[in-house]
Design a protein around this ligand. Structure first.
Ligand code: MG
Length: 457
């Protein structure tokens, strides 16, 4: 059976990859695998949501599952509801992808994203068409419910309302015409912030900008923060599990800055503890966590992996540099609502965001990629492991080489025919020279492999 689920569920272009037959089939496969029970379903704001949701729901009911339709919801709200109320959650969303895309993503009964092993079991049922349809009396029913109010009040209960209220902060929120519209602005205004919204009309054509919160897509947010003299700007991605920030000086903050800031704050606030992040994260996270008396643990890239490791180690906090932060006090998934509330609380308590961020250790990152066919990736990585055998390294995900002046992570892309090379150092020139040197070494190793293949044929 070929792989259906990628790193973020099943995803593709609507009516090409993501069609109604796939939706019904997957609904039947998930229901057969689950063997009955209650499944909550939520969507982002995409135009194809009704089609895909109805298809999946029909398949689920045919196999005896009851379906609770939550409508348009932020992904972390669906995850919280799933953890507390039902046996499984299904999100119809393509997160930050362009509007012609959509996806189907499963949330396990504990609110975390489904692990790969369980996805494989569902793929197995789907591939073999071993659907177990129930008799007419056992066919599932469709219910509706709301989970947004519950999520929003849960988030508000996690922070100090009085301190935020007293600070009376001005916050600009860019919802990207996505489901963040239902969570972030309301949470912050209830906490006493003066909120200005951008792109806060749910619209699956994404008329404001595409739903990935890149610096380029957030130009309006940056200018409104500057023009209104706001204390900060916040942007969500399309399904509102990630949050990216703009400081009071109108500077776009890369996700690693807020990851570092919040990691520091969580360890200080909790008086120590374990923080989990992928090997690709900036060393600034390790620096602040250790300085505050905490311990940093590295994992492979991917938020479900970070979340599972947090549960295993009883970690206090975890996250990735893309703005997906996980707070164990609340739930083991990326939680943009709580990320926004925490950072607002931090600014209310300790002063301007620009000052908080500038006080953090800073590193330069060089990112580059090299074409490499999917079929060659494993052999190339083996070749590189031999080539760099004498160096200090970490093979948690790809190959991370640790040098005195910084580190280099060489890692095959999960989706593209590429090898990615990330180099981090204290300054840009050193990061670039590490990048150039390793790009050449990776390229030479690849050429050797291709050359030896040619000789064999
Ligand atoms: Mg997302």
């Amino acid at each position: 059976m070929s792989r259906l689920f990628g790193t973020n569920g099943v995803r593709g272009v609507v009516n090409r990859d993501m069609n109604v037959d796939l939706a019904v089939g997957l609904g039947k496969a998930i229901g057969t695998w689950l063997r009955g029970g209650r499944v909550a379903m939520g969507t982002d704001t995409r135009l194809s949501n009704h089609m895909l949701k109805s298809g999946v729901a029909s398949g689920l009911m045919a196999t005896g599952c009851d379906v609770v339709d939550l409508g348009e919801v932020p992904t972390p709200a669906l995850q919280l509801y799933t953890r507390d109320r039902v046996d499984l959650g299904i999100g119809i969303t393509a997160s930050h992808n362009p509007p012609q895309f959509n996806g189907i993503k499963c949330v396990d009964g504990d609110g975390t994203e489904l692990v790969r092993r369980k996805e494989e079991q569902i793929e197995e049922v789907y591939g073999s068409k071993g659907f177990e349809l129930v008799g007419w009396k056992e066919v599932g029913r469709l219910y509706t419910d709301d989970c947004i109010a519950g999520y929003n009040s849960a988030v508000k209960s996690m922070v100090d309302r009085d301190i935020i209220h007293e600070a009376s902060l001005k916050v600009v929120v860019d919802c990207a015409n996505g489901v963040g519209t239902y969570s972030t602005p309301g949470i912050l205004s209830d906490l006493g912030c003066h909120v200005i919204t951008l792109n806060a009309q749910p619209d699956g054509t994404f008329p404001g900008h595409e739903s990935e919160p890149t610096e380029d897509n957030l130009r309006d947010l940056i200018s409104v923060v500057k023009d209104t003299g706001a204390d900060l700007g916040i942007a969500n991605d399309g399904d509102a599990d990630r949050a990216i920030f703009v400081d009071d000086r109108g500077r776009f903050l890369h996700g690693d800055r807020t990851l570092t800031l919040v990691a520091k704050n969580e360890v200080e606030r909790r008086g120590g503890g374990i923080v989990v992040t992928p090997v690709s994260s900036s060393s600034s996270v390790k620096d602040v966590v250790e300085e505050a008396g905490g311990k940093l643990v590295y994992t492979a890239v991917g938020s479900p992996i970070v979340a599972r490791e947090m549960i295993r180690l009883d970690a206090i906090f975890g996250g990735e540099e893309n703005g997906g932060l996980i707070f164990s006090e609340h739930q083991y998934c990326r939680d943009a609502g709580l990320t926004a509330a925490r950072i607002v609380e931090l600014v209310a308590r300790k002063g301007p965001l620009s000052g908080l961020v500038d006080a953090l250790p800073r590193y330069a990152l060089d990112k580059r990629g090299l074409q490499c066919p999917h079929g060659m990736k494993e052999r190339l990585m083996d070749g590189l492991k031999s080539y760099y055998a004498g160096e200090q390294s970490d093979d948690t995900d790809g190959l991370k080489l640790i040098y005195r002046e910084g580190w280099v992570l060489i890692r095959p892309s999960g989706t593209e025919p590429k090898i990615r090379i990330y180099s981090e150092a204290k300054d840009t020139a050193t990061a670039e020279s590490l990048g150039t040197k390793h790009e050449k070494e990776v390229s030479d190793t690849l050429s050797l492999l291709v050359g030896s293949d040619r000789q064999k044929t």
